[in-house]
Design a protein around this ligand. Structure first.
Ligand SMILES: *Cc1c(COP(=O)(O)O)cnc(C)c1O
Length: 408
């Protein structure tokens, strides 16, 4: 099931956004992928193998859970699409399994990936352990020190983690290093990108692999007895992959309002933000034309978000385009609003969300809806990785003295 509303043109453009702005030396690698990705993704054997993996290994379909306590509080029918219950704890596995299988079909012998906080690196190392593929993950030196546990996970899974000591020693530099490696090893290496970013065809490839989220949501809403289209779908946007997947089959239906949460950090007008749609301007980052945070000279700015997964200066080109067309809207959510939403979801439903996903939950306070409307929130990941951050806010919050009304 393909939604032609969000297919880029042959050169990977969504309007003015997207495309493939890459050095000459990468051309052959990207072209090889561009030529085969659509035919592999629609191949019946590939589809059957991927579906089997997603089901038996990944834990799909993930539940669509009617959050009754939260629904009662908000006056809507709030459903949570539980990507947090995927193996490795987030939606990232959907993309990683699909691309690793694609790499095998292309005859590639070695997987490389970039990672920031380590979530995409762990998911990639997981798929590579499963498929017996050597895996190298490039990670900024600063991030390897901040995220030691994820480095240990990747190494236990058999991956080689390469600390990158250049630039700001974070995600941007890790990405540059991965690209350099790819240029030098074009024949046997597959570059497995973690979001709807990068040169064409990656944004479209990752969007298609994540579209399983909205495909399942549609049939699960029907099974739950909901008639027609949901009123709203909410998701957080870092590079934009879980949002693209959660929106995919609803885009352009004229009924479902699609809203993405951008990380505003300390405020969309502050210096410490990562709101690339609300604050950014048009430019090229990591191979595609999109909206990004840059200064007057086109230098990419340092970003800030409390959640590592949203702390990225650009945005997938598909979202820049959906925003421009008015097919989706993107609202800024601050660090403190996300923290509040995380505690609220934990206290009302017993679900500790990832900090990224908490940004999507916070949108409940920002959108307008009719009483009783159906709202689907993509709960992209679980909060285990964020417990250290949460614990610093937990102190001093205390619990209220008055017992809460009994629920359910
Ligand atoms: C990586 C990550 C994100 C952000 O990535 P997208 O490509 O924007 O989806 C969001 N949520 C979780 C849990 C993540 O791990």
């Amino acid at each position: 099931m393909e939604n032609m509303e969000i297919s880029p043109d042959d050169r990977g453009f969504y309007g003015q956004y997207g495309g493939s702005y890459i050095p000459e030396l990468l051309w052959a690698n990207v072209e090889e992928l561009r030529e085969c990705y659509r035919s592999v993704l629609s191949d019946e054997i590939y589809k059957a193998e991927l579906e089997k993996l997603l089901k038996n290994y990944g834990g799909r379909p993930t539940p669509l859970y009617l959050a009754e306590n939260l629904s009662r509080e908000t006056g809507a029918r709030v459903y949570l699409k539980r990507e947090d219950l995927c193996h490795t704890g987030s939606h990232k596995l959907n993309n990683v399994l699909g691309q690793a299988l694609l790499a095998v079909k292309m005859g590639k012998k070695h997987i490389i990936a970039e990672t920031g906080a380590g979530q995409h690196g762990v998911a990639t190392a997981t798929a590579c352990a499963l498929m017996n593929l050597p895996c190298t993950v490039f990670m900024g030196k600063k991030d390897t020190m901040r995220q030691k546990l994820n480095v240990t996970r990747m190494e236990m899974l058999g991956a080689t983690v390469v600390p990158v000591d250049s630039g700001s020693r974070t995600l941007k530099d890790a990405t540059n290093e991965a690209i350099r490696h790819w240029i030098n090893n074009p024949d046997d290496t597959y570059y497995l990108i973690g979001s709807t970013i990068g040169p064409h065809p990656y944004p479209d490839l990752v969007t298609r692999l994540q579209s399983v989220i909205s495909r399942e949501t549609i049939s699960q809403l029907r099974d739950a007895g909901e008639k027609g289209e949901p009123g709203h779908v909410l998701a957080c946007v870092g590079g934009g992959s879980n949002a693209a997947g959660a929106f995919y089959h609803f885009i352009g239906n004229g009924k479902t309002k699609l809203t993405g949460a951008e990380a505003a950090g300390e405020g969309v007008d502050s210096e410490k933000t990562a709101a690339s749609i609300n604050r950014g301007s048009t430019g090229v980052i990591h191979g595609s034309m999109t909206l990004l945070l840059q200064n007057g000279d086109g230098q990419v700015l340092e970003t800030h978000s409390i959640s590592a997964g949203l702390d990225y200066p650009g945005i997938g080109p598909v979202h820049a385009w959906l925003n421009e067309k008015g097919l989706a809207q993107y609202l800024p959510v601050t660090d403190s609003e996300a923290i509040e939403a995380a505690f609220r979801l934990t206290e009302t439903e017993g679900i500790i969300p990832a900090l990224e996903s908490a940004h999507a939950v916070a949108l409940l306070e920002k959108i307008t809806f009719e009483p009783g409307s159906v709202i689907v929130i993509c709960l992209s990941g679980r909060g285990d990785k964020d417990m250290e951050t949460y614990s610093t806010y937990f102190e001093g919050r205390g619990r209220s003295d008055t017992p809460k009304q009994q629920k359910v």
